[in-house]
Design a protein around this ligand. Structure first.
Ligand code: B3K
Ligand code: ZN
Length: 894
C-alpha cells in the first residue's frame, strides 16, 4: 500500500462552492444524485479534477450538462480524474451503494434497520465521487427520500427547510447547512427513532432547538446527555465566548459505531455507549464519559468545524485542542480544586497507560505525523491525549487569560478556514508576544522526553539548585532528538510540609517572593535553576499538576515520598508520591519473583514475596493515613489507594514478565488488604450513598472509595468478604455498585459467583450496553484463560460485527488481562491472530485497533517474543489484508 507524506501536500486544483445531494434510501441499493459546482483554484496551476470514490457503482457522470463517457475521464485506484477541465464546472454524479452490505461502518450503513453515515476521515468517498479532503469546504443541500413507515425520521446537517409526502408510501425531507464544511462533516440519519427535545436560550437571547434521538424504548436514558449538552453550550459561551451558530443541534445514538462519537455539523452521531444512561444501566464512569464526549463533540463545532484541518496530518489541531477543551469542561463541571485534581490524575493515567507505550513502540508518531498509510490508524492517543497535553502547555506558559487571548486570535484569523497546527501555535505566540519556535518540536518529534532532576542545597548561601537534564529515546524514523521546550512547575516544601515562597536568582532584586509554584522553562539538554533565600533544605515537588508530558526521574527516599504523600499542596504530586512508593515496592517484588523462578529450584513463592516485601509496611502506613484522612475527597483517596496497573508496571520493567507482575501486584494488594482491613471496612461503611442515585462528583467519589475498599477486602477471599460483595450485589440501586460487586465476586471463589453472573445476564439481556459489561468483566477476570474467552466468543450474544461487543470481549482480554493474554503457551496470541484475521474481513478499522495489542512484543522475554512474532507473521500472511491491518502489522514486524 502507498504511504502518504505530509511534505507532498498540494492545494486542491478545484474549489467547491455548493453540493446538492439527493438520496433514495434503500438498504440494498441506495441511489445518490450529487450536483457539485466547482471552479479552478487560482492558487493551483492544475486544471485536473481529482475525485475520490470507493466501493461505488458509477451510474452517470455529467460535466456542464454533458455526459462523460469512459475515456473522457480516468477511473483508477479509487480516483476519478478529469484532465483539463474548464474554469467553471458543474458536475452531476449518480452513484449506487449497498448500505446493508457495509460492515466497515464507514460511509452509509445500516444499523438495526436504520441508516447512518460516518464520513471522517475518508468515508464520504463511499457515498459519491468527491474531492474528499478537509481543505475543500462547501455548502450542502441534502434531499432525503425513503419509505415513510420504515424511516419516519429523516435527518441531515443544518436546518430542515422542507418536508412532505411522495407517491408509494415514501416521503422526503430537505436539509440545508448554512455553513460551508468539509465532506468529512457530512451526515445523514434515517429511520425509526424518537427524540427528547427542548428549546434553549443562548446567552445572546437567541433560541435554539436541542434534540437527542434514540431508538424507541430508550427515551428514559437521554436526560443526562441533554443536560451535558446544555452544560457544554453554556460552558463554551462562558469560558471561550463561543456561541452555538445553528438554530438546531441534534445528537443521535447508534448501536454500531467504530468510535465514540462524531461531530458532524449540527448532527452529532454517537455510539450509544456515550449517550444512554440511567442509574440502572450506567456506572458513574459512564455518566462522566457521556458528559465528556457530549462536550467534546459539541466543542468541535468551533475547534474542528468552523476552523478545520488543512490535511489529515493536522488532525491534532482539532483533536488535541478539543480534548483539552473537554478536559477543562469536565474539570469545571466538578468545580472544586480537588475535583479538578482528580480529573487531572485520571487524564494523566490514561496518557501514561496508553500514550507512553505508543510513543515507545513501533507505531510511535509525532503529534503532527509526517506520513501514514491509513489515516484511520492515526486517531491515536498521541494525536488526542498527547495533543491535548501540548495545548495545555500553552496555558501553563501563558496562563488562562493568555491562552484565551490566543484562542480569540485563532478564531479571528481562521474562522471558515482549513489550517495547520503551526497556525494555532502562531496565534498563541502572537497573542502573547513570545518567541516559541522551539516549542514546535512537540509537534514534529515523537517520543516521551525524560527529565532527570538533581538537586543541591547550600546551607551557608541559602541557595538551592535544581539541575534538569532532558533526553528522548529514538523512535522509528527519528534517530536523533533535539531538546524540547518543557515547562516544569516546581514547589519546595519546608520540613513542616509547607510550601516555601520561591525566588529565583534570575528574578533579580525587588520582586515580591510570594509565589509557591514556579514554572521553570527547560529548553536546553541541561539547565540549572538556582533558588535563593531558601531558609532550609527543602523537599522538591517537581512537575506539579503534571505540567508537561514527560517521564520524571528523581531520586526520592521512601521517607521523602511518604512526606510528599502526606503534605504536598499540589494534589497531583501528592498522588504521584504514593504511586512512586507503590511502584517501588512492586518492582522489588516483581524482580524477586523472577529471580526465584529463574533460580530453577523450588522456592516457596510466598517466602520469596514475604522477604522482598520489606517496604510494604511503610506503604501500608502511608496508605492508611490517606484512607483515614476525612479532609480529603473520597475520589482522591480512591485514586491514591489504587496501585499502578499491571500495564503501567510492565512499561517500567526492562523485560516484561506479565506473570511476575501479576503475582506481585496481587500479593501486595493482599498484604495491604490485611494490614488495613479494619480501616477498609470502616471506609466501606462510611462511604455508603443511601437514597436516590446521583452521579455527582461527591457521590461517585464515595462509591469509588467504597468499591476500592471492597476490592481490597475481597482479596482475602474469605467468607466475610464474599458476603459483603453478595449483599452489595443484591441491594444495589445503581449499576456502579452492582457491577463493582459482580467484579469482586468474579475475582473470588465466592460460591454465589456463577449464579450472580447468570442473574446479571438475565436481568439485563435487553440492554446491549450492559451485556457488553457482562462480557468485559469476564474477559478481564484474573481467572479467565484463553479457553474461557473462546467459549464466551461462542455465546449467542457475541458478534464481531458490533464494535462495542467485539471490544467488550476481545479487546478487554487482549489488552486488559495481561496475565492471561500472555499465557506462556502462546495460546493468547493464537486467539488474537484468529480474531484480527476474522475482524479484518468485517471491519478493517476495528481489526487494526486489535492488531495493535502486540505493539510492545519486543519488550517481552525471548520465549514469549517468539510466539508473538509467529502470531504477527501468521496475520501478515493472511489473504486480503486491509491497508489498516497491513500498516500496523508491518510496523510491528519492521
Ligand atoms: N472526529 C471523530 C473521529 C472519527 C474517526 C474516524 N476514523 C471523533 C472525535 O474525535 O470527536
Ligand atoms: Zn474529536
Amino acid at each position: 500500500p502507498t504511504t502518504v507524506l505530509r511534505k507532498d501536500y498540494t492545494v486542491p486544483a478545484f474549489l467547491v462552492d455548493t453540493v446538492d445531494m439527493g438520496f433514495d434510501l434503500d438498504p440494498a441499493a441506495t441511489r445518490i444524485a450529487t450536483r457539485i459546482t466547482m471552479r479552478r483554484n487560482p492558487a493551483s496551476g492544475s486544471k485536473e479534477i481529482v475525485l475520490f470514490g470507493e466501493e461505488l457503482e458509477l451510474v452517470q457522470l455529467r460535466l456542464n450538462g454533458k455526459q462523460l463517457k469512459p475515456g473522457q475521464y480516468q477511473l483508477e485506484a479509487g480516483k476519478l480524474r478529469i484532465a483539463s477541465a474548464p474554469a467553471k464546472v458543474v458536475l452531476e454524479i449518480e452513484t449506487l451503494t449497498s448500505p446493508e452490505k457495509n460492515t466497515s461502518l464507514m460511509g452509509l450503513y445500516v444499523s438495526n434497520g436504520n441508516f447512518f453515515t460516518q464520513c471522517e476521515a475518508e468515508g464520504f468517498r463511499k457515498i459519491t465521487y468527491f474531492p474528499d479532503r478537509p481543505d475543500v469546504m462547501a455548502k450542502y443541500t441534502v434531499m432525503l427520500r425513503a419509505d415513510k413507515k420504515k424511516y419516519p425520521v429523516l435527518l441531515s446537517n443544518g436546518n430542515l427547510i422542507e418536508e412532505g409526502d411522495l407517491a408509494d408510501g415514501r416521503h422526503y425531507a430537505k436539509w440545508e447547512d448554512p455553513f460551508k464544511k468539509p465532506s468529512y462533516l457530512f451526515a445523514l440519519v434515517a429511520g425509526n427513532l424518537v427524540c427528547q427535545e427542548q428549546k434553549y436560550t443562548l446567552k445572546s437571547g437567541r433560541e435554539v432547538l436541542l434534540q437527542v434521538w434514540v431508538e424507541d424504548g430508550n427515551l428514559d436514558k437521554t436526560q443526562h446527555a441533554m443536560d451535558s449538552l446544555i452544560n457544554s453550550i453554556r460552558w463554551d459561551e462562558e469560558r471561550f465566548g463561543l456561541e452555538l451558530d445553528l438554530d438546531r443541534f441534534m445528537i443521535v445514538a447508534v448501536g454500531d459505531f467504530n468510535m465514540g462519537a462524531m461531530e458532524n455539523k449540527g448532527l452529532n452521531i454517537f455510539n450509544t455507549k456515550y449517550v444512554l444512561a440511567n442509574p440502572r444501566i450506567a456506572t458513574d464512569v459512564d455518566y462522566a464519559n457521556i458528559e465528556a464526549v457530549v462536550g467534546h463533540e459539541y466543542f468541535h463545532n468551533w475547534t474542528g468545524n468552523r476552523v478545520t484541518c488543512r490535511d489529515w496530518f493536522q488532525l491534532s489541531l482539532k483533536e488535541g485542542l478539543t480534548v483539552f477543551r473537554d478536559q477543562e469542561f469536565s474539570a469545571d463541571m466538578v468545580g472544586t480544586d480537588s475535583g479538578r485534581a482528580v480529573k487531572r490524575i485520571d487524564d494523566v493515567r490514561v496518557l501514561r497507560q496508553a500514550q507512553f507505550p505508543e510513543d515507545a513502540g513501533p507505531m510511535a508518531h509525532s503529534v503532527r505525523p509526517d506520513s501514514y498509510v491509513e489515516i484511520n490508524n492515526f486517531y491515536t492517543v498521541t494525536i488526542y491525549e498527547k495533543g491535548a497535553e501540548v495545548v495545555r502547555m500553552y496555558q501553563t506558559l501563558f496562563g488562562r487569560d493568555g491562552f484565551r487571548k490566543g484562542m480569540d486570535l485563532y478564531f479571528e484569523r481562521h474562522d471558515g478556514q482549513a489550517v495547520e497546527c503551526d497556525d494555532f501555535r502562531a496565534a498563541m505566540v502572537d497573542a502573547n508576544g513570545r518567541d516559541l519556535s522551539q516549542f514546535e518540536r512537540w509537534y514534529s518529534q515523537a517520543g516521551t522526553p525524560r527529565v532527570r532532576v538533581q538537586s543541591k542545597y547550600d546551607s551557608a548561601k541559602k541557595t538551592y539548585e535544581l539541575t534538569l537534564t532532558q533526553t528522548c529515546a529514538p523512535t522509528p524514523g527519528q534517530a536523533k532528538k533535539l531538546p524540547f521546550h518543557i515547562p516544569v512547575a516546581v514547589g519546595l516544601l519546608d520540613s513542616k510540609g509547607k510550601d516555601m515562597p520561591l525566588r529565583l536568582q534570575a528574578d533579580g532584586k525587588g520582586k515580591a517572593n510570594t509565589e509557591t509554584t514556579r514554572v521553570l522553562e527547560l529548553t536546553k539538554a541541561e539547565q540549572t535553576f538556582r533558588f535563593v533565600e531558601v531558609a532550609e533544605q527543602p523537599v522538591p515537588s517537581i512537575l506539579r499538576n503534571f505540567s508537561a508530558p514527560v517521564v520524571l526521574d528523581v531520586e526520592y527516599s521512601d521517607a521523602e515520598l511518604a512526606f510528599l504523600l502526606a503534605h504536598d499542596s499540589d494534589p497531583f504530586n501528592r498522588w504521584e508520591a504514593g504511586q512512586r512508593l507503590a511502584t517501588r515496592s512492586l518492582l522489588v517484588l516483581t524482580a524477586a519473583v523472577q529471580d526465584a523462578s529463574q533460580a530453577g529450584h523450588v522456592v516457596a513463592l510466598q517466602d520469596v514475596l514475604n522477604n522482598a516485601a520489606s517496604n510494604s509496611g511503610a506503604l501500608g502506613e502511608a496508605f492508611g493515613l490517606i484512607l483515614n484522612d476525612a479532609a480529603l475527597d473520597a475520589a482522591f483517596r480512591e485514586l491514591a489507594l489504587t496501585l499502578p496497573s499491571e500495564t503501567l508496571l510492565a512499561e517500567q520493567t526492562e523485560v516484561i514478565d506479565p506473570q511476575a507482575i501479576h503475582t506481585s501486584r496481587q500479593y501486595l494488594r493482599g498484604k495491604l488488604g490485611q494490614a488495613l482491613k479494619d480501616d477498609l471496612l470502616a471506609a466501606y461503611h462510611a462511604n455508603q450513598t443511601p437514597g436516590a442515585y446521583s452521579p455527582d462528583a461527591e457521590a461517585s467519589g464515595k462509591r469509588a472509595l467504597k468499591n476500592v475498599a471492597l476490592s481490597y477486602l475481597i482479596q482475602a477471599d474469605d467468607e466475610a468478604a464474599h458476603a459483603l460483595a453478595q449483599q452489595q450485589y443484591d441491594n444495589a440501586n445503581n449499576m456502579t455498585d452492582r457491577l463493582a460487586a459482580l467484579v469482586a465476586l468474579t475475582n473470588s471463589s465466592a460460591p454465589g459467583k456463577a449464579a450472580a453472573l447468570e442473574k446479571f445476564y438475565e436481568d439485563f439481556a435487553q440492554e446491549a450496553l450492559v451485556i457488553d459489561k457482562w462480557f468485559a468483566l469476564q474477559a478481564t477476570a484474573y481467572t479467565a484463560d484463553v479457553a474461557a474467552i473462546r467459549a464466551l466468543s461462542e455465546h449467542p450474544a457475541f458478534t464481531l460485527k458490533n464494535p462495542n461487543r467485539a471490544r467488550s470481549l476481545i479487546f478487554s482480554f487482549c489488552s486488559g488481562n495481561p496475565v492471561n493474554f500472555h499465557a506462556v503457551d502462546g495460546s493468547g496470541y493464537e486467539f488474537w491472530a484468529d480474531q484480527v484475521i476474522a475482524l479484518n474481513g468485517v471491519n478493517p478499522q476495528v481489526a487494526a485497533r486489535l492488531a495493535r495489542s502486540l505493539d510492545r512484543w519486543r519488550k517481552y522475554a525471548p520465549a514469549l517474543q517468539e510466539k508473538m512474532r509467529a502470531a504477527l507473521q501468521r496475520v501478515a500472511a493472511a489473504p486480503d489484508l486491509s491497508k489498516d491491518v497491513l500498516e500496523v502489522i508491518g510496523k510491528a514486524l519492521a
